[in-house]
Design a protein around this ligand. Sequence first.
Ligand code: AHR
Length: 470
Amino acid sequence: EKATVNVDVNEIRGMIAPEVYGQFIEHLGRAIYGGIYDESTKSFRKDVLSEVKKLNTPLMRYPGGTVTKIYHWKDGIGPVDKRPVRRNLIWGGEDTNHFGTDEFMQYSAELGAAPFLTVNMNTGTAEEASDWVEYCNANGNSYFATLRNTNGHAAPYNVKFWGLGNEEAAKEDAGLLQNPDDYIKKAWYFAKLMKLQDPDISLVLVGDNDEWNRKVLTEMHPICDFISLHLYAGTQAGKPASLFASIASMEKRIEETAKLIHEVAPEKVEHFNKWYRFPGRQKPVKIALDEWGIWESGGTGDYGLEVKYNWNHALGVATFFNIFHRHADVIGMATWAQTVNVLAPIMTDKDRVYLQTIFYPMLMYRKLCGDKSVGVKVEGPSFEGNPSLDVSATVGNGLLTLAIVNRDPKQDIDISLNKNGDWKVYLLNAPGTEVENTFGKDVVMHKESSLKGASYTAPAHSISFLQIKI
Ligand code: AHR
């Protein structure tokens, strides 16, 4: 099979927000307890932390997810043994609250990641959300700033990113908003009280279908910076290639939402009600993919969310990152759902850890790709209705990086590049698309090599990063 890949480094598609390499942990199953946190020692699991650190994530979302509909942040602060144990009404089981806001801030700091908090708009109040902003961001002698200090954290955390609820349109959840008008009314109120605490915070609106998004954006764009989309791809039973069609439909969702943003929300808000003690938005609204991932049935653990990922899924994750690069002009953040045990790249048992196949594209895209997305055109073969190749081109640190995913399970593809020279090649591959990792077994192959010229053969089911000085 043959293909051409033509790059145009002068066609700038946008700056890639580092936050597209974000992660997410929720009070759900073994994501926190038994995942990143060890109840028996009441401390972070060091074995897990050292793997999470490798991802070099710049952004961490917490505490949910759907659990935010019943989560009260005040349960999770102060002396650990005095914190109330609550039933986790959303996901089941009990929550000791031993991991709470201060632990999350410490975890994020260990990772060098900016924290991103989602507030409870259902059983929680606007005042409670506003108190949380005060606890995290206020200086001075006010009650919650003092409380943070008493809890051993003198310096404010300066949490910039705040989610105004989570999937509020979902009928199955314990949420009460469910229609855009109710959401808008409440979200304005929350936003005001939160911004009065700290005018510099960035707010993420809950998105849903186009009709919801149009209404919510029209009303709320003056004070919000992001609209969220949750994108979970999946595979139809016995049809591995259907994963790529599912991911392609998500690229369409991004394009539709981008169009809507351009229609409804001006680049910045020129005239803003002068009575508010915070400014109107000064930067374009971006999409927050604050949950993205691959959700397959048949997993184990709570709600079957401990999903095993094979190599085909890793090709899917790589495709997603290419999509984020292609749409860098409109995607402001993307947090993978979720980091440990729940739909996760990192899995644990009591005292062991292993990395799923999907860990490796996360690691390598973050490591190798530049911060500027540039134009690239691909012509090549298809398999089972999907283009075999998916490619992104980025520039950064004087290097052009082509991220080339050959999703075809059988065919190598000979690629002609429109750039000749000395390339460095980083290849990720596995013995087949169905293989998986487990404790003590890692099937992912890594190879580094050099290439001279303008032709490259992308092996079947592989992810290649081709780098050249520019
Ligand atoms: O990531 C798991 C769950 O998926 C989240 O709690 C929810 O927001 C989404 O539906």
